[in-house]
Design a protein around this ligand. Structure first.
Ligand code: ADP
Length: 601
């Protein structure tokens, strides 16, 4: 770059110098030549005047009498003493005498222009090549009238080449001084170009730096010239670029952070149904490991035809299309897809937003099932009550053998109805969050003893043995006594119901740092592995007929689970079919601060 600029400047200087020097050389040569010729002619004039004033004597000029021309050579020699060539020519062109050549060898001179002019006008001059001397000469001729005869012509000549030497001398000086000037200007241009290209280099490095994203300003060189202005405006441009890029980057980071952390799937497709963008949520919903690359066709990524159809409708002009898609086969998930058209600059496309509605669908299903279950549960006792009342009214009242049995059946079913409505009421309270817990400090042993006491009688009726096994020094717990009793009672009732006579039931409790774990074990029928995760659902029963038979509602464990959870504990089951079941639940240890905050609920 530096060399380049230097040579460019140097060449420019050199060309400029040549452009000036060549015309100077040309015109100087012409001026010198003219000057020399003028001086030459003036010299010839002066000599001619002298010669005319002192012409060769009379008959010596007559060609008819050459013997009388003896005086002519000496006159010619005299006249040519100053270095000019002197020639005497008759009016018919014959050369009578010449100072530098033998007249006998000379051709007729009548046709020479200066001779013709001299004969015609009295004088004549010319610059031309001398055939006799074979060189360029300046000629001046004057007519000299001869007494009693035709005039003769006196001609004087000087060499025309003389200025060449002077010219070369002049040229030498001119070129030499020019060369010196060229050297000086070369050095100057080197210095100028060096400082100039240093500054250009700095600006180049600066712009490269900016291109790589380093926007620190360049230092001003305080030269006050255009380059400083350029540097200042580059600084301003860099600062603006920096601001714009920062703003854009912040915006981009913000939007990609938002889109990246959204659980909703968001994707944008262009008019040719190719993905322009997809967030991690979108990839996750469609079961892809990483967000699909931009440019992939939508049909390669999405299998759900409803979604592809919705996108196509939007690309055809509909502003917004809603659809629902399902993913997964074993664990189905439901998504509400909203596809809307987007227009950015001159491009158009569609934006897809996938919203997970699996929970909603599940809740809907639970509600539907719940209503169906409740109606079903209510119908059985109601049908029985209705049937036996009608039978009694239709005459069975008079049948002393059966009426008591019928009334007992009606009573049993009404009790069942009451239990069911109690449980439903409890559930609805829990759902509405209207369970006002009265948390207090409870002694584990006292609490367990009182519950087991009420169980002893029904257990004994079924020939079951109930025992208690508590760890030593159990800490007190924080719980609502009545609700906690409902939980334990429920588990004990189940244990009694699902354990054949002769079995054993045991209530145990142990503590760790922050909770006490209660366990109700039985030696009953057990629960199949596949049913275990579901027995805490509402109305879920492993064996519906058997549960009904023992008067179960299918709501007991659901209520127990909810009550345990509102106390801040967990409930789970370990069971093996035919071996028995162990139901475990935890309750937090009493902590005065937590207890006071809970009481507020
Ligand atoms: P239910 O009123 O039918 O007892 P629960 O919600 O209390 O309803 O129990 C749900 C189901 O869990 C029961 O129908 C029964 O199949 C099973 N189950 C509960 N406890 C036991 C247990 N101790 N042993 C065997 N199965 C049990």
């Amino acid at each position: 770059m530096r060399l380049n600029l230097f040579w460019k400047l140097g060449l420019a200087f050199f060309a400029l110098l040549l452009a000036v020097l060549l015309p100077i050389d040309f015109y100087a040569e012409r001026a010198l030549r003219r000057n020399y010729e003028r001086a030459g002619f003036e010299q010839l004039h002066a000599i001619a005047r002298i010669a005319l004033a002192d012409p060769p004597q009379g008959s010596s000029l007559s060609p008819a009498h050459p013997e009388e021309s003896a005086g002519l050579p000496s006159w010619v020699a005299r006249m040519s003493a100053s270095g000019v060539r002197v020639t005497v020519i008759t009016s018919d062109g014959k050369v009578l005498a010449d100072s530098q050549s033998d007249t006998s060898t000379m051709e007729n001179h009548a046709a020479r222009p200066e001779i013709r002019d001299a004969l015609a006008n009295g004088e004549g001059q010319s610059i031309r090549h001398s055939v006799t001397l074979n060189r360029d000469l300046l000629y001046y001729a004057a007519r000299l009238p001869a007494a009693g005869g035709p005039p003769v012509v006196l001609r004087f000549a000087l060499p025309a080449q003389a200025p060449d030497e002077e010219l070369w001398d002049f040229r030498r000086r001119l070129w030499l001084s020019s060369f010196v000037m060229l050297l000086v200007t070369g050095v100057v241009s080197l210095l100028i170009s060096r400082s100039f290209s240093d500054r250009v280099d700095r600006l180049t490095r600066f712009s490269l730096r900016v291109a790589e994203g380093d926007f620190r300003p360049i230092e001003a060189d305080r030269s006050g010239d255009d380059m400083e202005t350029l540097a200042a405006s580059l600084n301003e441009t860099a600062a603006r670029l920096d601001r714009t890029i920062r703003t854009l980057t912040e915006e981009r980071n913000l939007s990609s952070a938002i889109l990246g952390s959204m659980v909703e799937g968001v994707a944008v497709v262009n008019a040719s149904e190719r993905l322009v963008f997809a967030n991690p949520g979108f990839a996750e919903i469609l079961g892809l490991d990483v967000p699909p690359q931009s440019g992939r066709a939508l049909v390669e990524v999405v299998r759900q035809t409803e979604l592809i159809e919705a996108v196509r409708r939007v690309l055809k002009g509909e502003p917004r299309v809603e659809a629902e898609i399902v993913t997964g086969t074993l664990r189905q998930r439901f998504f509400a897809a909203t596809v809307a058209s987007v227009h950015a600059a001159d491009a158009s496309g569609a934006i897809i937003v996938l919203h997970d509605i699996t929970e909603l669908r599940k809740l809907e299903r639970v509600r539907r099932d719940f209503v169906a279950n409740v109606s079903h549960e209510l119908r059985t006792p109601l049908t029985a009550i209705q049937g036996f009342s009608e039978t009694l009214l239709a005459g069975a009242l008079d049948d002393p053998q059966n009426r008591v049995r019928f009334l007992e059946i009606i009573l049993e079913h009404s009790k069942r109805l009451a239990r069911l409505t109690d449980d439903l009421l409890m559930l609805s309270k829990m759902d509405a969050d209207r369970l006002n817990l009265e948390i207090s400090r409870l002694s584990v042993s006292q609490f367990v003893e009182s519950c087991v006491e009420t169980t002893q009688r029904p257990a004994a009726e079924k020939d079951l043995r109930v025992s208690v096994n508590l760890a030593q020094c159990l800490p007190d717990i924080a719980a609502d006594r009545r609700r906690l009793a409902e939980i334990l009672q429920n588990l004990l009732d189940n244990a009694i119901q699902y354990t054949p006579p002769g079995g054993q039931i045991m209530v145990s409790a142990s503590a760790d740092s922050d909770e006490v774990t209660f366990t109700v074990s039985d030696t009953g029928i057990g629960i199949p592995q596949a049913d275990q995760p579901r027995i805490f659902e509402r109305f879920y029963r492993v064996d519906v007929a058997r549960s009904r038979e023992v008067g179960g509602t299918g709501l007991g464990l659901a209520i127990a689970k909810h009550l345990v959870e509102v106390h801040g504990g967990r409930i789970w089951v370990d069971s093996e079919v035919g071996q028995g079941s162990q139901f475990h639940f935890t309750v937090p240890i009493f902590d005065p601060e937590r207890a006071s905050s809970r009481n507020g609920r």
